[in-house]
Write a protein that binds this ligand. Structure first.
Ligand SMILES: [Mg+2]
Length: 205
């Protein structure tokens, strides 16, 4: 049992994306498809609907819908691989995030976790690709729980993974991270992005 378990959101908290919208557009261009408004709208509509409903592959569902809506042809599996590559490439981690996590990791009585809305394999893959996975004692994605933050079930599962006297959530989303954590009786610290993770960590200690 730790004194404190500190949980970090992933996208927009540990990882910065200058322009997430560019990820799918970039994948279109790579696959030889014109990223028209009609294609992107069909993709995102279906993607978000599938994601909200824990579809096993919301990316593929989005691509298939966009292809159908626009009469374009593309290999959906190859397209999803390309989106993944583009998303992984677009994610940036400032050195300050590594410094803050290393400091917490070395502190006594502190356990570290990642609590993220997303697919297990993608989110863990992004942590690994950015050399972040090693700092953490646990990772938990909403897909594993079958509920997205701010649902209390996600935070309850996290408490079981890292038993601690106190749980702290650090995240960039007022609803999913901050309100969800407080509802469960956790402390929550809002960050504007990876650049403010250092300040957030300083407030924990
Ligand atoms: Mg976020």
């Amino acid at each position: 049992m730790s004194d404190v378990a500190v949980w970090f959101d992933l996208d927009g908290t540990l990882l910065a994306f200058d322009d997430y919208g560019a990820v799918v557009e970039h994948a279109c261009v790579e696959m030889g498809i014109d990223p028209t408004d009609a294609f992107l709208e069909a993709y995102y509509d279906r993607f978000f609907d599938a994601f909200r409903n824990y579809h096993p592959d919301p990316f593929r569902a989005g691509v298939e819908r966009a292809v159908m809506a626009t009469g374009s042809y593309v290999d959906a599996v190859a397209f999803v691989d390309t989106i993944r590559e583009a998303e992984f490439d677009a994610a940036k981690v400032p050195e300050a995030v590594h410094d803050a996590l290393a400091e917490l990791e070395a502190a006594d009585g502190v356990a570290l976790g990642v609590l993220t809305n997303g697919l297990e394999e993608w989110q863990r893959g992004k942590l690994e690709a950015n050399e972040l996975l090693g700092y953490f004692d646990a990772t938990l994605t909403s897909y594993e729980v079958g509920r997205h933050k701010p649902a209390p079930e996600v935070f309850a599962r996290a408490e079981k993974l890292l038993p601690a006297d106190e749980h702290v959530m650090v995240g960039d989303d007022d609803e999913a991270d901050v309100a969800g954590a407080r509802e469960r009786g956790w402390r929550a610290i809002h960050v504007d992005g990876p650049e403010s993770v250092g300040d957030a960590v300083a407030r924990i200690r």
